[in-house]
Design a protein around this ligand. Structure first.
Ligand code: GLP
Length: 242
C-alpha cells in the first residue's frame, strides 16, 4: 500500500485526477469506479478542468457506481445515480450509455446485485476505483464486520452512517434509507488500482486503522492492505494519527 500525504483536499483531487488522466491516455475506454460523498468532489472538479483544458480525454471513458440506496426512485435527487449524474457525468460530458450502476429501485434487490457484479465483470472489470472512507472505516457501504470476501449485496446502514449522511436529506435522519446496495469488499478488491482519498481530522482514526491496523473486518478499508496496487491519499489532518 502506498500512502501519499498532501497539503489539502485540492492537492489530493489534483493528484488523483492526474492519475485518471494518465490512465485514460494509456487506455481511453478505461472503466473508472467512482464514489459519492463530499470527499471525492475535488477529484471530479480537477478532472473536469483537465477535460476543459484538453489535458484529459474522457470521450471514451466508462463510469461505474460503487453503491446505492435501496428504495429511492432512480430520479430522487439523493439517489447516488442522480448524485453521480450531477457531480461526475454532466461536468465531464459523459453520457448515460457509458455509465453502469446497480438498480436500487429493483423489486428483486438480490437479483439486481448479482446482475451488477456480472455487468462489471462483463465490462472487463474496473481499472481504477476511487474510494472515500466512512468515519467507521467503511468503504462503499460495507459497514464494519462486512466479510472481506463479500460480493455486491444488500446491507443495512449503521446508525452512525445514517447520522453522517442525514446532511444530504435536509438534516432529517428519518429520510435516510436504512438499506443500500454496495459493491462487496471482494468486488472492490478486483479493481486493478484502488485509490482511497480521505481528508479532514474526522477521518484520522479510520485512516490510521486502515493503514496501520490489522487487516480486519471491523475496519473494512483495511482490506486495501491485501491489494497489490492500492494508493491512500490523505491530507495533513487525516494523516494526523499515522
Ligand atoms: C457514504 C458513501 C461512501 C463515502 C462515505 C464518506 O457512506 N457510501 O462511499 O466514502 O459516505 O463520505 P464523505 O466523503 O462525505 O465523508
Amino acid at each position: 500500500m502506498e500512502v501519499v500525504i498532501v497539503a489539502d483536499a485540492k492537492a489530493g483531487g489534483e493528484l488523483i485526477a492526474e492519475a485518471m488522466a494518465q490512465l485514460l491516455r494509456r487506455k481511453p475506454d478505461a472503466l473508472l469506479g467512482v464514489a459519492t460523498g463530499s470527499t471525492p468532489l475535488p477529484v471530479y472538479e480537477a478532472l473536469a478542468a483537465k477535460v476543459r483544458s484538453g489535458a484529459a480525454d474522457v470521450s471514451r471513458a466508462r463510469i461505474a457506481q460503487l453503491d446505492e440506496y435501496v428504495g429511492l426512485p432512480a430520479d430522487h435527487p439523493e439517489s447516488y445515480r442522480s448524485v453521480l449524474r450531477r457531480e461526475v457525468l454532466e461536468p465531464l460530458g459523459i453520457g448515460l450509455e457509458a455509465f453502469m450502476g446497480p438498480d436500487g429501485a429493483a423489486e428483486d434487490v438480490q437479483g439486481a446485485c448479482e446482475a451488477y457484479d456480472r455487468e462489471l465483470a462483463g465490462a472487463g472489470g474496473v481499472d481504477l476505483q476511487l474510494l472515500g472512507i466512512g468515519t467507521d472505516g467503511h468503504i462503499g457501504f460495507n459497514e464494519p464486520c462486512s466479510s472481506l470476501a463479500s460480493r455486491t449485496r444488500i446491507k443495512t446502514l449503521t446508525e452512525q452512517t445514517r447520522v453522517d449522511n442525514a446532511r444530504f436529506f435536509d438534516g432529517d435522519i428519518d429520510q435516510v434509507p436504512h438499506h443500500v446496495i454496495t459493491q462487496g469488499i471482494g468486488t472492490i478488491l478486483e479493481a486493478r488500482h484502488l485509490v482511497l482519498l480521505a481528508t479532514g481530522e474526522g477521518k484520522a482514526d479510520a485512516v490510521a486503522a486502515t493503514v496501520e491496523g490489522p487487516v480486519a473486518a471491523v475496519c473494512p478499508a483495511s482490506a486495501l492492505q491485501l491489494h497489490p496496487h492500492a494508493t491512500v491519499v490523505v491530507d495533513e489532518a487525516a494523516a494526523a494519527k499515522l
